[in-house]
Design a protein around this ligand. Structure first.
Ligand SMILES: Cc1cc2nc3c(=O)[nH]c(=O)nc-3n(C[C@H](O)[C@H](O)[C@H](O)COP(=O)(O)O)c2cc1C
Length: 205
């Protein structure tokens, strides 16, 4: 009789231990999933850019931004890309800037609810954005986000660029970060420390 009770006690101890460990292992997988879910739900930065020249200076800065901020990155692509020769692109670029919304860009399948801030980069063309970048700003609902503009340029003086003013004119409802990051295209690889200082200001907003 005593032996039988001992056996019952031992068996129930084993069962409750199994139940405990089973349960605790379920809990641990639930709590391991929680940070992953929280991480997935967290908004992160997005870098969107367009580039044309064969050295892709704006892409150099865009990739740096991605590396420094942990952003996702997306390239704006034209439905009909500009030709690669400078003469044609001078003509077509000017022509498109005179249209209210041109040229067409490809669908980018962006879930913008996942992103904030959004960095938008362009090569400076005729002292302002290249036309496909304006199409991007006009095509996606960026309201409620901080949109921080960056650009690469040639010999022009950044103080005279109209990128921010023209972006505001094209899509006034966007909350633009007031300082545009501008860097000389031929020196884009050296943009790192200037970029760090600007990212800090954007992040502090
Ligand atoms: C059609 C065209 C117009 C340009 N206009 C300007 C300009 O007004 N001011 C300037 O500083 N650079 C100007 N540039 C130079 C580009 O902004 C510069 O080379 C930029 O870094 C190129 O970037 P990407 O390699 O990403 O295309 C122009 C370039 C092109 C092709």
């Amino acid at each position: 009789m005593k032996l039988k009770r001992l056996f019952v006690l031992a068996a129930s101890a084993v069962l409750s231990a199994a139940a405990f460990f089973g349960c605790s292992s379920d809990n641990s997988s639930a709590s391991a999933d929680a940070p992953a879910a929280a991480e997935a739900a967290k908004v992160k930065p997005l870098v969107v850019y367009w580039t044309w020249s064969e050295t892709h200076n704006t892409k150099v800065v865009a990739e740096m931004l991605k590396a420094k901020t942990g952003a996702d990155i997306a390239l704006i692509e034209m439905v009909t890309p500009y030709p690669t020769d400078f003469g044609s692109v001078m003509q077509l670029g000017q022509r498109d800037l005179q249209q209210p919304k041109a040229p067409a860009i490809k669908e980018m399948n962006l879930d913008l609810s996942k992103y904030d801030p959004i960095y938008v980069g362009t090569p400076i063309w005729f002292s302002t954005f290249a036309p496909p970048v304006r199409t991007f700003l006009q095509s996606y609902d960026l309201k409620g986000k901080t949109v921080a503009l960056f650009c690469t340029h040639g010999q022009g003086n950044p103080a005279t660029f109209k990128y921010l003013a023209d972006a505001k004119a094209a899509v006034p409802a966007i909350n633009y970060f007031p300082e545009v990051f501008a860097y000389k295209g031929t020196e884009a690889a050296n943009a790192g420390s200037a970029l760090d200082a600007w990212i800090q200001k954007v992040s502090a907003k």
